[in-house]
Design a protein around this ligand. Structure first.
Ligand code: PRT
Ligand code: ZN
Length: 219
């Protein structure tokens, strides 16, 4: 019989990949980059890294395919708009920080959420935006886009956008300005709803302690 192994779902490549790898290495796990790009083994612990698109991480963890996962809070919130996210989150990780904001062309005299009434807003986060609009009593049309949201107003696809912002350089380059804050985000460590197999409980507890230690020391 093969020994059971814990799985941590991580972004394969992208903005969170390097820092996720550093957290894992910082916790003393030695990653072996195997021929299987989807699954990297940890040499010194019964743990594997499941390397996937970040959008798949919430589902994999919620379904118990992986016991733990590292993902942006924005992706988690979009994926599970109706769930109690705090019960899934083990800890906030202090990297991958960004904000989801409403942005409008520079020449718009934005007066607050009510300005959006009856307008079209392009976003990759329709669930989060939909909730925010509802909370503010605004009825607007949401245009879902997978990428290049910042070009939507110029292309006359939308009057405004709701997108992630970190430095603001992308908005500036596209003649737009950020307005209302919709969501603050950073990478979070999430856990499956069920406890790990009893043989893995010790490894699991050790891992959570170490992640906590690494995050505390790197601020
Ligand atoms: O391939 P995969 O699906 O796994 O990756 P992805 O392309 O969906 O995501 P990726 O790697 O771009 O981002 C992963 C996570 O990083 C996001 O879900 C956020 O939690 C976090 N993050 C932090 C960001 C940013 N900062 C960020 N600035 N994600 C995206 N951006 C984009 C933003 O959408 C905009 O286009 O960067 C642009 C704005 O940046 P500034 O600096 O110009 O404001
Ligand atoms: Zn993605």
């Amino acid at each position: 019989m093969t020994e059971p192994r814990l799985r941590i779902a991580v972004q394969k490549s992208g903005r969170l990949a390097d820092r996720s790898g550093e957290l894992i290495s910082g916790a003393g796990l030695r990653i072996i980059k195997g021929a299987n790009e989807l699954l990297y083994r940890i040499e010194n612990q019964p743990i594997d890294l499941l390397r996937v698109r970040d959008d798949d991480i919430p589902t994999f963890v919620a379904d118990g395919v992986a016991e733990l996962g590292i993902v942006g809070y924005n992706v988690l919130a979009e994926h599970f708009p109706d769930r109690d996210l705090e019960s899934m989150i083990v800890q906030r990780l202090g990297f991958g920080s960004c904000t989801l904001k409403v942005a409008v062309p520079n020449d718009v005299d934005y007066t607050g959420p009510q300005w959006l009434e009856g307008k079209r807003i392009a976003t990759s986060y329709p669930n989060i935006l939909g909730k925010w609009l509802k909370d503010h009593g605004v009825t607007a049309e949401i245009v879902e886009m997978r990428g290049a949201v910042e070009v939507a107003p110029r292309m006359k696809i939308a009057h405004a956008i709701c997108d992630l912002v970190s430095t603001g350089a992308t908005l500036e380059a596209n003649g737009m300005k950020a307005t209302d804050l919709v969501l603050k985000s950073e990478a979070v460590l999430i856990k499956a709803p069920h406890a790990p197999a009893p043989e893995l409980a010790h490894t699991y507890d050790m891992l959570l302690r170490r992640f906590d230690g690494v995050t505390a020391s790197t601020g």
